[in-house]
Design a protein around this ligand. Structure first.
Ligand SMILES: Cc1cc2nc3c(=O)[nH]c(=O)nc-3n(C[C@H](O)[C@H](O)[C@H](O)COP(=O)(O)O)c2cc1C
Length: 198
């Protein structure tokens, strides 16, 4: 069973990470989830409930594992542990800066460092606006290392009707490196891809 590491950091838009974990599990991918302390705060503020509510749900699935952000000795901190790759969503500018500099001072950052050194796919959903030159430099460095840098930009050409539509699209884009395209893209998205409306 392939495993994807999902790191959730303290950027706005944690609802996207919830959808990403749901979609990976639905598609038969094992999830190793790590949530930063700041992400727990943002989760409470944006989701109006603690992340433990979602963790309790995910724990019903045998393919879900959670690690504490300070659990630096966890198996996923080592390159010999077999994982397909990693998604960090949302990715705060603090975490983006740390990863770009090779700072492995928590399990999310260490797992990202390992993912890069092992040549595995790493997708980050970088969340900040506006982006300063510092942020852009760090994101450029990550991009040059082969990291896929996504931003939570809605696909307005798909005519989203709700936050759920927007979240669904962004989460599906984030998992494209790990789940076959035909499982990821909705019929509506496939249809719009084939038109001149983009
Ligand atoms: C409600 C809330 C929203 C935040 N949104 C962002 C954001 O969108 N982008 C960002 O870079 N930092 C944001 N921050 C600040 C980060 O959470 C903070 O820099 C934190 O130290 C990041 O730590 P982490 O990367 O370990 O999660 C937010 C903080 C709070 C409380």
């Amino acid at each position: 069973m392939p495993t994807v590491i999902v790191g959730i950091t303290g950027g706005s838009g944690v609802i996207i990470s919830k959808k990403i974990v749901d979609l990976l599990l639905e598609n038969g991918i094992s999830v190793a989830m790590i949530c930063s302390n700041a992400a727990k705060q943002v989760w409470m503020q944006e989701m109006k409930e603690p992340i433990s509510e979602s963790i309790n749900e995910w724990n019903q699935n045998p393919n879900f594992t959670q690690y504490a952000v300070n659990q630096i000795g966890a198996p996923i901190a080592s390159g010999t542990h077999n994982v397909k790759g990693m998604i960090i969503a949302p990715c705060s500018m603090s975490t983006a800066a740390a990863i770009s500099q090779g700072l492995s001072d928590n399990l999310i950052r260490r797992a990202a460092d390992v993912t890069i050194k092992e040549g595995r796919p790493l997708t980050i959903m970088a969340r900040e606006t506006p982006l300063s030159t510092i942020h852009l430099r760090n994101l450029k460095d990550l991009s040059e290392l082969g990291v896929t840098v996504q931003v939570p930009a809605p696909a307005f050409y798909l005519d989203p009707k709700s936050i759920d539509d927007i979240t669904d699209y962004l989460a599906r884009k984030a998992i494209t490196a790990f789940v076959p395209q035909e499982n990821v893209l909705s019929e509506e998205f496939e249809y719009t891809q084939g038109t001149d409306e983009q």
